[in-house]
Design a protein around this ligand. Structure first.
Ligand code: G6P
Length: 587
């Protein structure tokens, strides 16, 4: 997934754009580019690498001009090369474009444009937008018409920003986010509020099918037919402090640490919103929960918790699989979508599929201005603040808190959500990181890691393994403890490392037997538990909790920390793992 930004205002554009791109780098980061306009001349600098590297090499932030666009790329069509980096220019540098999304019909468009004599400089799908804009601008002599006609030709998902030689900035959105920042010194057009939060907290969220023109200190918004569209200016709730690393070496560690506060913020929901959510949920005949990556692991926890405490039978489905599964829904079904960003393409696809069948949509989402929040009949915000590290951490535990709050409400308190005790337990886990840090040192050269857990702990085993893969590039597998004997036991031998999620709850006795079976095969056993057992070679203590449903929140923390310290120990950047993006807005 890419990030796009445009700026037009009183200040020099390039340093602002470079800084905005750094803020949004979590979205995708294999190449970077900036185009500015100075006295009618379009300047473009772009190359492969992270924003800081490319800026050092090309000195983008010293480009002149008060108008410009910028881009960080996460390659989909065309390799990671300087030429494929955005912006893409057209018409002898009269127009430049940055794009996020995928143009599905780019091959036909490209063939058509080549026939007309257009020369393509890149292998990307995005470049067709630049040439189309140019073609329609020549034909109509109107920037507005060129934007409209271009949008009508594009199929797929896109948000793009274009700069025209006369100083106009134009943009459009279809299935990808695009937000206008309204600052005193100028306007921004960005994929994310983080692109302009340093300058303004006033934002206009464009909707699908909106086109915008920023010209002569005003913003115009219209639809694909050219009709004016009114979108309100909203105040963004996040503060600048939320997006800075502060004293931390990495966002990931800061966000892991923030969990002592973010779980409290997740608790703080408006009573009426929870009531509305629960009312829709309890009226449903069939309930499906969808999510991707970490949010899917929350869905797995939700399935167990809602089933056991609220007696609501739920099916948890990976969003990417939902098109094969959610084909016969109805008005009595409910789909709960869980997502940090609210922009993951697979999640939005599941929601659209369900909505088209008349199904009600509930969501648990961090970005409450996201597409998902807006598509939902009712949503609960996790209130985690911006999560910059690509690997989800604080948003996961916040999702769990909301799931627990719902289950507790629907079961009239059976879950036993003891807020104070849980906060205290999370605090304890975070105030002593040295055990995990030492363990990471010991395990740093291991190529494989297995994490075992039963029932509620199985999704945490999967989540821990995902963190280790993402951050430290170590092969890791989450295993349902009871399934050990059906296959994974064959892998147990000297040098195998198995982490066991083993608190004193209904799963303890069975899981401790697994620990012995593993140990008997010569493998190393790491116990994450509230009691020290002889079978453990290493012990990561967790506090004892009175209600077993709450253990997942506490036991995921050492796994997040382990993944973080493994990455640091291997000298790889935990904030920006290779090949990954924070929110994947392509299919
Ligand atoms: C990407 C991220 C994951 C995240 C997943 C779902 O793959 O790298 O960390 O869990 O998307 O994101 P969402 O925003 O929908 O929760």
């Amino acid at each position: 997934m890419c990030s796009i930004i445009g700026y037009k205002g009183k200040d020099f554009a390039a340093p602002i754009l470079v800084n905005s791109l750094k803020r949004m780098e979590y979205r995708g980061y294999d190449s970077v580019g900036v185009a500015t306009l100075d006295e009618g001349k379009l300047l473009v600098r772009k190359g492969t690498g992270k924003v800081a590297e490319v800026n050092n090499k090309l000195d983008m932030s010293h480009m002149s001009g008060h108008i410009g666009i910028g881009h960080t790329r996460w390659a989909t069509h065309g390799g990671v090369t300087d030429k494929n980096a955005h912006p893409h220019a057209a018409g002898d540098n009269k127009i430049a474009v940055v794009h996020n999304g995928i143009i599905e019909n780019y091959k036909e468009l490209k063939a058509e444009l080549i026939k007309e004599g257009y020369i393509f400089a890149s292998e990307t799908d995005s470049e067709v937008i630049a040439h189309l804009l140019h073609r329609y601008y020549i034909e109509t002599e109107s920037i507005k018409q060129s934007l409209i006609k271009t949008c009508k030709r594009l199929q797929g998902a896109y948000a793009f920003v274009a700069v025209f030689q006369d100083g106009t900035i134009g943009g459009a959105r279809y299935e990808e986010p695009l937000i206008i920042g309204v600052a005193k010194e100028g306007y921004f057009v960005s994929s994310d509020v983080l692109g302009f939060l340093e300058h303004t907290d006033k934002a206009i969220f464009l909707d699908n099918g909106d086109i915008t023109i920023v010209d002569n200190d005003k913003v115009e918004i219209f639809d694909f037919e050219g009709n004016p569209v009114n979108r309100p200016i909203t105040q963004v709730a996040w503060e600048l402090g939320d997006i800075d690393k502060g004293k931390y070496a990495h966002h990931t560690l800061k966000e892991i640490d923030e969990q002592k506060l973010s779980i409290i913020r997740a608790y703080n929901q408006e009573e009426e919103k929870i009531d509305e959510f629960c009312k829709i949920l309890s009226a449903a005949k069939n309930v499906y929960i969808v999510g991707s990556g970490t949010s899917y692991h929350s869905a797995l926890v939700a399935k167990h918790v809602l089933g056991r405490y609220a007696k609501i039978r739920v099916e948890a489905i990976m969003s990417s699989e939902s098109k094969y599964i959610l084909s016969s829904l109805d008005k009595d079904s409910v789909v709960i979508a869980i997502s940090q960003s609210g922009e993951t393409a697979d999640v939005l696809d599941s929601v659209r599929l369900a909505k088209n069948q008349g199904t009600k949509i509930l969501s648990i989402v961090n970005v409450t201005t996201s597409s998902l929040a807006r598509m939902s009949d009712s949503f609960l915000g996790t209130n985690s603040g911006p999560e910059i590290g690509v690997a989800a951490t604080k948003s996961f535990t916040a999702q769990l808190i909301i799931i627990y709050s719902i289950a507790d409400k629907l079961s009239e308190g059976k879950l036993g959500l003891d807020k104070e005790k849980l906060i205290h337990a999370v605090d304890r886990m975070l105030s002593n990181k040295s055990t995990v840090e030492r363990l990471a040192q010991e395990l740093k050269n291991h190529k494989d890691l297995y994490i075992l857990g039963r029932f509620l702990h199985y999704p945490i085993a999967l989540e821990g393994a995902l963190k280790v893969k993402e951050l430290a590039y170590v092969h890791a597998e989450g295993i349902a403890a009871g399934e050990l004997k059906h296959g994974p036991l064959a892998l147990m031998e000297k040098n195998t490392v198995v982490m066991i999620l083993n608190p004193h709850d209904s799963t303890f006795n069975d899981t401790i037997s697994n620990a012995h079976e593993i140990k008997a095969r010569g493998a190393t056993v790491v116990g994450i538990s509230d009691s020290k057992e002889d079978v453990y070679d290493y012990w990561i203590p967790i506090p004892a909790l009175s209600e077993e449903a709450l253990y997942p929140i506490v036991e995921v923390i050492p796994l997040q920390l382990l993944a973080y310290y493994l990455a640091v120990g291997k000298n790889v950047d935990p904030d920006y793992p290779r090949n990954l993006a924070k929110s994947v807005t392509v299919r």
